[in-house]
Design a binder for this molecule. Structure first.
Ligand code: COA
Length: 317
């Protein structure tokens, strides 16, 4: 027993920041950002937080299924950008929705949503839950160094959610980690211990772009190939690939390495940039609400990011 996705929801802040607007305070251009990343604009929180966006995405998923928060048995939230180290974002979402179930966060950076779905599958396998909300919610803008053109131009804020119920539609998955803080790191505050001797590194995103790029292409192509092999599914039979939206060139490079029909790859990076753990469920909700997902379709989700981490899974819609 695993799960099936009953409904989806998402939320993005109304504030649109175009590439043009970034050129007013960064040494960059719309042409460079579009060509090198595929991002044209992103949404940026003004008053929203990962938790408030997660509440709205979750509420929309519940509404689409005609369910109420009291029917939930668990809430998971994939995130790295909550307001607090504690409480976790999932607990704030639980309070915001008025649910009474256990809630906790999954921290696996941009791969987080894949890790959260796989964690959810375990609770279903052990018959511990009937209905579960799995949310990806990120306010990455609070972690960005807005003076660093390498990172400020690629990220955005948002949240996406799936409501799961017991079923057999989660076919297989793969999770991968290559641990270390050398390629991507986001330090937390070192506090004010009079004993600790290391210096504070700015608590913002530090990323080696090209190394991340190389890891991302290799990991995504390999993970997708591996889960399809595990599932015994021919790449030609895949209906949709929902890749993490980090850079359109990463998606294109992975696409070239796989024998999946090119038109199967979904993308909204031009409008939202990289929303970290929210990126996969945001795309999924768009596809779903556009009526593009039919029951029985083979859907592959894949993501990669800080950790370094990556993962993929196969779902029968
Ligand atoms: N605008 C204009 N020029 C920029 C720029 C920007 N926003 N960012 C970097 N540049 C410049 C660099 O300074 C460099 O100039 P130089 O040749 O004079 O030194 C040049 O563009 C090329 O830089 P490089 O870092 O090689 O660019 P790139 O093609 O690798 O693109 C990233 C940079 C960050 C977009 C790309 O590496 C990337 O997407 N990496 C993966 C990031 C990712 O997926 N992160 C999230 C993980 S989940």
């Amino acid at each position: 027993m695993s799960f099936r996705i009953v409904s989806t929801g998402s939320f993005v802040p109304p504030k649109v920041v175009t590439n043009e607007e970034l050129t007013t305070f960064l040494d960059t251009s719309d042409e460079w950002i579009t060509e090198r990343t595929g991002v044209k604009e992103r949404r940026v929180a003004t008053t929203e937080t990962a938790a408030t966006m997660g509440v709205e995405a979750g509420r929309r998923a519940l509404e689409a299924a005609g369910m109420t928060p009291d029917q939930l048995d668990m809430i998971l939230c994939a995130t790295i950008s909550g307001e607090y180290v504690s409480p976790g974002v999932a607990c704030l979402i639980q309070a915001g929705l008025g649910a009474a179930c256990p809630a906790f966060d999954i921290s696996a950076a941009c791969s987080g949503y894949i890790y959260a779905l796989d964690t959810a599958a375990g609770f279903f396998a052990r018959n511990r839950v009937k209905n579960m909300l799995v949310i990806g919610a990120e306010q990455i803008s609070r972690l960005l160094d807005w003076t660093d053109r390498n990172t400020a131009v690629i990220f955005g804020d948002g949240a996406g959610a799936c409501l799961l119920e017991a079923g057999d539609n989660y076919i297989t998955s793969k999770l991968f980690s290559r641990g270390g803080a050398d390629v991507i790191q986001i330090p937390t505050s070192i506090g004010n211990s009079p004993f600790f001797e290391k210096e504070q590194v700015k608590p913002l995103i530090h990323m080696k772009g090209q190394e991340t790029f190389r890891f991302a292409v290799g990991a995504m192509a390999q993970d997708i190939q591996d889960v399809l092999e595990q599932a015994g599914i021919d790449p030609a039979d895949v209906d949709h690939v929902v890749p993490h939206q980090a850079n359109i060139r990463i998606i294109d490079a992975a696409r070239k390495r796989l024998n999946i029909k090119p038109e199967c790859y979904a993308s909204n990076i031009d409008r939202y940039g990289n929303t970290s753990a929210a990126s996969v469920p945001l795309v999924l909700d768009e596809l779903n609400r556009a009526g593009k997902l039919n029951r029985g379709d083979i859907v592959v989700l894949a993501a990669f990011g800080g950790g370094l981490s990556s993962g993929a899974c196969v779902i029968r819609w």
